[in-house]
Ligand binder design. Sequence first.
Ligand SMILES: [Zn+2]
Length: 349
Amino acid sequence: MLATVIHAARDIRVEEVPDPVLSTGADAIVRVVAACVCGSDLWPYRGVTPTHGPHRIGHEFVGVVEEIGPEVREVKPGDFVIAPFYVCDGTCANCRNGVSTSCLTGGWWGSDDHFGGFADAGQGERVRVPLADGTLAVVPGPVGDDEIPGLLTLSDVMGTGHHAAVSAGVGPGDSVAVVGDGAVGLCAVIAAKRLGATTIIAMSRHPQRQALAREFGATHVVEERGDAGIARVQELTGGIGADRVLECVGTKESMDQALRSTRPGGMVGYVGVPNGGAELPIRSLFGRNVGVNGGVAPVRGYIEELLPDVRSGAIQPGRVFDLELPLREAPEAYAAMDERRAIKVLLRP
Ligand SMILES: [Zn+2]
């Protein structure tokens, strides 16, 4: 089958790789219907995180179950399924506590699983899914082609934006500032509105992303950054800063922006993968009673809650995909996202 392999920074290839086979009784083989490129895939693409030899890449996909092992109970061949960006059993203590990203038998796409078999990455034609019952979420009934982008966002970006909002404690009537205008930041705008925020400030300098943020529920757009950006957020929130700030980038600058845009007593929800030396200034947080909560989003646990709103069209996170390419053009998908010509690229095998 064909799958995407990263060889080095800016060297993405679509290559022939071995077909996956069932290796434990709890596995499923899924035929990928759609996959996509994540903002975090750009870290190795840009060489920010090193690539030591060629390896498979991609961790967001939806597809149809083709085969299951004898122990699988919750999914069956023919089911349309959403895979979160990680493997989890759904039954261990961490999964039961809602932190399935810390699953005791979990793992990551494109690497060996807990039991030593290889779990394919998402940007390919097929994937061996370990712990299929815990990992996969079944989408009931027939799935229309136009539903696929929205369903695919439940694999990562919509659940991650939701996690930022939940971690920050967004509730009815809140003022919320969102730092980051990538797919996760835009989904965080959707999540903030869905949870009842009434003032939603999108921090973005990109006209097309600003427009989408407004359509998703942003009431204000702030283009300024640094001190000027903080001053604008304060102006829009009665001079004090936002109740809740959702940090969706992960850089030192974006975390600083988020922490200083939060009002005294407010909370930052952070979901951007921390790169580039982001650290918490405890003394400043202490002085202003600003809290910080969040981390790698346990999106598997959010799929059931968000799925009905995605299917009904009440929220439309699938609109973050502004480019669709065949899988064999994955190198162009990475380039388009790297150069910010596309917000998020959907790949069809
Ligand atoms: Zn678990």
